[in-house]
Design a protein around this ligand. Structure first.
Ligand SMILES: Cc1cc2nc3c(=O)[nH]c(=O)nc-3n(C[C@H](O)[C@H](O)[C@H](O)COP(=O)(O)OP(=O)(O)OC[C@H]3O[C@@H](n4cnc5c(N)ncnc54)[C@H](O)[C@@H]3O)c2cc1C
Length: 374
């Protein structure tokens, strides 16, 4: 093929999913990843698909976007599994927001009342009712909100499925290639790599997660805020076997079908520092143990930290940021949840030039007037 490719910078879930979407629509796709695909935030993630458990009082547009993405997830998972032959382990048991004391119960009750007003399918449980559903919870709890429409996937399998599907659809992935700059142009935008190579594209997409603000040449600097999250992976050993996603004020626990139990996650603004700290681990274990004391004896499999790609206003940045240059970044705490809608709607923008109403609230234009030139 001699046509110029759509060149995607960054191979996290967002870059991979967009690549697959475009490749299966017949586009030539070249994905450039400076490390190995899927080893940054997408790897460390907990894989929850949880718009209701994190319902935000002040963000109705992002909330609707998240709900729509959740709605698309089951079909998306099925199509991806069929295309790749890799299961992403979509689980639909739901989540329990567990209040260990009166203060947290009051806070969760407010969220519950708001969720009910929005017509959401959530219920309030006494401590005993919660224990009946999930026997591994601590015995004396002040109450819990059950959010059945919280799903989860195995984010590491998702990465593998997307990589396979993208390559099977004819997309090309080049690892260990860092892009240092983009060159906007209506017809022939291009990227420059750290090795000095210049690659002309049909469209360039910046999907470089928390590092999306470091690529030169855009003409403005996307206001990224890396938010560090530390996690601990435990191994569930029988008779221990948590079924539900359990969330509390200081930690969450997410059981995976292969026996991993993800305990997460800190929220820290530490620049690009991804070191795991004693204090971070301590807080997570204390917060998780308060909710599910049975974790005490479980072996530790892995510890790690990743950078959530936050933005100045905590909304994703989706759309053209310069002639020929699309941004698909800033998914902050919800990149896995938002994978289907982002890939489908941004692909539509690239393929047809139409900005769907879903993307309008997240346009880069909101930063173009008030930004610092790069
Ligand atoms: C601890 C933690 C828990 C989370 N839990 C959840 C959850 O339960 N549910 C949920 O929906 N979301 C969750 N998230 C958020 C979610 O993981 C992210 O929003 C999502 O992974 C972002 O994907 P991405 O592709 O934009 O970024 P990343 O996965 O960070 O990928 C960006 C990629 O770009 C590459 N790159 C960067 N610069 C360049 C360059 N110059 N040239 C080439 N390549 C480059 C990087 O190497 C990287 O591979 C969590 C995040 C963390 C850290």
């Amino acid at each position: 093929m001699n046509t110029r490719p759509v060149c995607i910078v960054g191979g996290g879930v967002i870059g991979l999913a967009l690549g697959w979407e475009l490749a299966r629509a017949g586009k030539r796709v070249l994905l450039l990843e400076r490390d190995r695909v899927g080893r940054a935030a997408s790897w460390v993630s907990a894989g929850m698909l949880a718009p209701d458990a994190e319902i935000q009082f002040e963000e109705p547009e992002l909330y609707q976007f998240s709900k729509e993405s959740l709605r698309r997830w089951p079909d998306y998972a099925q199509a991806l599994e069929a295309a790749s032959g890799v299961s992403v382990d979509l689980r639909t048991e739901g989540a329990l927001m567990v209040a260990p004391d009166r203060d947290s119960a009051e806070a969760y009750r407010r969220i519950y009342r708001f969720a009910k007003e929005q017509g959401l399918n959530v219920e309030w449980l006494t401590g005993d009712e919660a224990l009946e559903l999930e026997p591994f919870l601590a015995p004396r709890l002040a109450g819990a909100m059950h959010a059945p429409e919280t799903y989860q996937v195995d984010n590491r399998r998702l990465i593998e499925a997307l990589r396979v599907a993208l390559e099977k659809a004819g997309g090309e992935i080049r690892e260990q290639v860092a892009v240092v700059a983009v060159e906007p142009d209506e017809v022939r935008p291009a990227v420059r790599t750290a090795e000095g190579e210049r690659i002309e594209a049909e469209t360039v997409v910046i999907a470089a997660g928390a590092w999306s603000g470091q690529i030169e040449g855009l003409g403005w600097k996307p206001p990224m805020r890396p938010i560090k999250g530390q996690v601990i992976l435990l191994t569930m050993e029988p008779p221990f076997g948590l079924r539900y996603v359990v969330r509390g004020p200081d930690a969450y626990l997410v059981p995976k079908s292969d026996g991993r139990l993800i305990v997460g996650a800190t929220m820290e603004e530490m620049g690009f520092d991804t070191r795991v700290t004693a204090g971070g681990l301590y807080k997570l274990l204390e917060g998780a143990w308060e909710l599910v004391p049975g974790i005490y004896d479980l072996p530790v499999q892995e510890i790690g930290a990743g950078l959530r790609p936050g933005t100045r206003d905590n909304r994703p940045i989706l759309g053209y940021g310069a002639p020929g240059i699309v941004l698909a970044t800033g998914h902050y705490r919800h990149g896995i949840l938002l994978t289907p809608i982002t890939a489908q709607e941004v692909a539509r923008l690239i393929l047809t030039g139409e900005t769907s109403p879903w993307l309008a609230p997240f346009s880069p234009e909101r930063f173009l007037t008030a930004s610092t030139p790069s």
